[in-house]
Design a protein around this ligand. Sequence first.
Ligand code: PAF
Length: 283
Amino acid sequence: MSRNPMVVRTVPALRRTLDGLRARKARVALVPTMGALHDGHLSLVRLARKRAEKVVVSIFVNPTQFAPTEDFGSYPRTWKADVEKLAAERVELIWHPDVKTMYPEGFATRISPEGPAVAGLEDRFRPHFFGGVATVVGKLFTQVRPDVAIFGEKDFQQLRVVTQMARDLDLGVKVIGSRTVRERDGLAMSSRNVYLSAEERRIAPTLYKTMKASAANIRSGEAIAAALAAGGQTIAAAGFVLDYLEARHAETLAPIGSLKDGPVRMLVAARPGTTRLIDNIAV
Ligand code: PAF
């Protein structure tokens, strides 16, 4: 039988518990999440287990990365199921602070990331997002002081922002990206997929299929701009409102005109209805 992870909710309790976990110089990996855990998150936990002796998962739905018009209130919260899944993975510790612990009365400091955070991708549509993510992840890193932290490649711009932040602020944590986990039909796993109607779910894999086809065309010599224009048309014809389909330098996220200036990452964001889907692949 799997043992339930320890759950801590205050910073002093977190520090005490971590001191115990670090005995005999055990390395600590952090997997930051907002809960509503699916197989994609569990793959992050498994990678964390390979990289460290002790695994800490944070579950905190971070209000500062949601705009007032977004789904903070209705974001799926599945605490009991999350704990069961983490127990089955033998996670040692769940860090589960409440909003007042993370943002106490009078909280007045915010990290304002630049570089990949202002690349003109997600930031164009969710200008509040990366400031909120960088601030909360900066806090999680200083609270837990992990040796490594694992983030999904599915949120590729987020991965680049957090990697840059850890480097720029000398946070002493190695940020590791983990491969996107997909449903059998190619849809990238996401906690927000539960919002999709049956029809939206049916067309959702178009994003991955189209990116794969466009990437193959680019590799066989088609100009990047032409491949993206055709891919965008396919996505729109399937019934999406397309926010962007872009090819960027995989490290800097700067626009890129040719494969030889790579490595190249293709990134997409589109709405099959009210839910916004994002995905990306290497070209
Ligand atoms: O990717 C997420 O789930 C969140 O953006 C994160 C990194 C846990 C910060 O709240």
